[in-house]
Design a protein around this ligand. Structure first.
Ligand code: GUN
Length: 312
């Protein structure tokens, strides 16, 4: 028997989270605290500019104070370290986000380690990585935290499920695996060197694809009824590739004709049809990342002042 897959609406869930964060911000403001976020965007990477503008705009909508710093591409590691040190010392700033990727000549690792762990709203500092690993309260990376919120708010089971994560990045794959493990899933992490990937993915009740390759996970790799979480955001500009991944899809073809590109995730659309539930691209996990950043900024504002933080 086949049933219609459930579409996990990331935009709607992000809306719920943002509404909750906005009311937390109002409560903090009533006691004289305004959460504050600084986003640092180095150089002129178009995709990063779009993300950063969206982060700053959302702060405004939720009542969070924000600043956007835009040092030139030529900034040195030492100059960036000085900037971060100043922000670490500012009492009005609760969150510091350094948009990645940074120019090649800048030492990303050193910079991420320079951010005060209690202002590290990206959850990238080794102290926060360690807290996540050991199950202590802290700041956790936004995209995987968003995945967990989608699962929780959609009532999808995690404990005891076979979860397979494809991708082992520090930003998504590794922390997603740790969060799923903390939620009592049986977790397998696959990556570019994994042999016979389909033999793993076909066993997955819960499949997280964070590889960055358009339509990499095909329908034959998916266990019928599985939950599919697609973290990929890939822009297609090749008409043949669009036709391969979206055969006879008039809406996509129209978008492609108009814009010269369409966005697709890491999971081919045909695979969603055999799933039990899935996050679409666009409109899935991507929408959650900013909502979780806002949540982390409020959490940082509370933790820094010794106020209680709700654990989910
Ligand atoms: N670039 C892509 N994703 C992210 C993210 O979650 N945080 C930061 N700082 N940069 C990114």
């Amino acid at each position: 028997m086949t049933t219609t897959p459930k579409i996990l609406d990331g935009i709607a869930i992000a809306g719920q989270i943002k509404a909750e964060v906005a009311s937390e911000v109002q409560a903090l403001k009533a006691s004289g605290i305004t959460p504050g976020l600084v986003v640092i965007l180095v150089g002129e990477v178009p995709a990063s500019q779009i993300y950063v503008r969206s982060k700053v705009k959302t702060c405004g909508e939720l009542g969070i104070y924000s600043e956007m710093l835009t040092p030139p591409e030529s900034i040195t590691t030492e100059e960036m370290l000085k900037l971060v040190t100043e922000l670490n010392e500012r009492p009005d700033i609760d969150g510091i986000l350094i948009q990645l990727p940074l120019p090649k000549h800048v030492d990303t690792k050193r910079l991420l380690e320079a951010v005060a762990p209690d202002k590290d709203v990206d959850g990238f500092h080794p102290v926060n990585v360690g807290r996540l690993q050991s199950g202590q309260p802290g700041l956790a990376p936004c995209t995987p935290a968003g995945i967990m919120e989608v699962l929780r708010r959609s009532g999808l089971p995690v404990a005891g499920q076979n979860a397979v994560v494809i991708g082992r990045s520090d930003i998504v794959g590794k922390p997603a695996a740790m969060m799923l493990l903390n939620a009592s899933a049986t977790v397998t992490v696959c990556h570019s060197k994994t042999e016979d990937l389909p033999s793993f993915t076909r066993e997955a009740d819960l499949l997280v694809a964070a590889i960055g390759r358009p339509g990499y996970v095909t329908a034959d790799m998916v266990k019928p009824g599985a939950t599919l979480i697609d973290v990929g955001i890939n822009r297609l500009t090749d008409a043949a590739e669009v036709e391969r991944l979206f055969p006879r899809d008039a809406d996509r073809a129209a978008t492609f004709a108009k814009r010269g590109s369409v966005v697709v995730g890491d999971i081919e659309p045909a695979a969603f049809a055999v799933s039990g539930a899935y996050t679409p691209v666009p409109g899935g996990v991507g929408a959650l990342t900013i909502a979780m950043l806002m949540q982390n900024t409020v959490t940082a504002a509370k933790l820094r002042r010794g106020l209680p933080v709700e654990t989910k």
